[in-house]
Design a protein around this ligand. Structure first.
Ligand code: AKG
Ligand code: FE2
Length: 321
């Protein structure tokens, strides 16, 4: 396989200070432009925490269905679901699950409202605190990467962070159990992610595929790395310079797989549109309109995840074409 056929790997060792961060900014920006995907190593998130969160979710997914059903997904997208529940009225209403999709659990965990944090199940006992600790560490890392990207765009280091503030982190754990003869493992169908970017703690077992030049390619997860992808809001604010790329998740025959995505979610009130300075400086026309993040997210909840439908809807057609 040629080198350019691998998702770029970016080493964040020694990038704790501003100068260090600047030194990798160009690599990160290039990966966001050319791939929309990259892996980061030596990122500083506690490796034992990465193991613990996988174990805590595994324990949750192993609980009996009656227990998991106590946390069935609500109309705000929060909670657990599995393909067997796709006929349930509440699940049907949010339209995200079909008999073919994988089992998963999603929560927005860092909103100021402690009641929402309490939505993360108390069973297994370590889950809630682990998810909170993990989201806090990952958000700090995400904000370092965001600062590097801001500077590469010619903006102040905290410009993008302020635009999205106060950001939340949504944690989605996907469970692809072992395949048995009479039972197919669900998949996560092709989609782009709506928020700014996603940091995926991928299982050692591969199963993530990304669309690249019209073909699907599998990503080989590096141990202890995060697989990062540009999501729709970052594509829009960068006026299309950074690309949100379609991807899909699946299991791996003969091996169980758990993937945990941490979505950097803008505040619901944040307006998502091309950043004005980027247009002024180069007199480039805006390629996207603007929308409140809440509206994008509500559409997603109401209509389900399909390809790049939401970012496409914001695109402004080129006149005369
Ligand atoms: O399971 C995977 O690798 C894909 C996860 C994903 O794309 C998501 O949770 O949005
Ligand atoms: Fe995704």
């Amino acid at each position: 396989m040629k080198m350019e056929d691998e998702v770029p790997v970016i080493d964040l060792a020694g990038t704790q200070d501003d100068a260090g961060l600047k030194s990798v900014g160009a690599q990160i920006a290039k990966a966001c432009e050319e791939w929309g995907f990259f892996q980061i190593i030596n990122h500083g998130v506690d490796l034992s925490l990465m193991d613990r969160i996988q174990e805590a979710y595994r324990e949750f997914f192993y609980l009996p269905p009656e227990e998991k059903q106590k946390y069935l997904v609500d109309d705000q997208f929060q909670g657990w679901c599995c393909p067997e529940m796709s006929g349930h009225a509440r699940v049907k209403k949010i339209g995200l699950i079909t008999p073919e999709t994988c089992e998963y659990m999603y929560h927005d965990v860092l909103y100021g409202d402690p009641d929402r944090q309490n939505l993360v199940p108390p069973n297994p006992p370590a889950l809630r605190a682990t998810v909170l600790e993990y989201a806090t560490q990952v958000r700090a890392l995400q904000e370092r990467v965001l600062a590097a990207l801001s500077q590469e765009l010619g903006l102040e280091a905290d410009a993008l962070r302020r635009l999205f503030a106060p950001a939340d982190v949504g944690i989605r754990a996907n469970f692809y159990p072992l395949k048995t003869d009479d039972n197919t493992v669900g998949v996560l169908p092709a989609h782009s992610d709506a928020p700014v970017f996603t940091f995926l703690l991928a299982d050692k077992v591969p199963g993530l595929e990304i669309r690249r030049h019209g073909r699907w390619m599998q990503v080989e997860p590096l141990q202890n790395a995060f697989i990062v992808n540009v999501a729709d809001c970052l594509e829009v604010v960068s006026n299309g310079r950074f690309k949100s790329v379609e991807h899909k998740g699946g299991g791996n025959e003969g091996r169980e797989r758990i993937s945990i995505g941490a979505f950097y979610n803008p505040a619901r009130a944040a307006t998502i549109g091309p950043v004005a300075q980027l247009l002024d400086e180069s007199s480039r026309r805006p390629r996207y309109g603007s929308a409140r993040f809440a509206d994008l997210q509500d559409q997603l909840v109401a209509k389900g995840v399909h390809g790049k439908r939401y970012v496409e809807a914001l695109k402004i057609p080129v006149e005369g074409s």
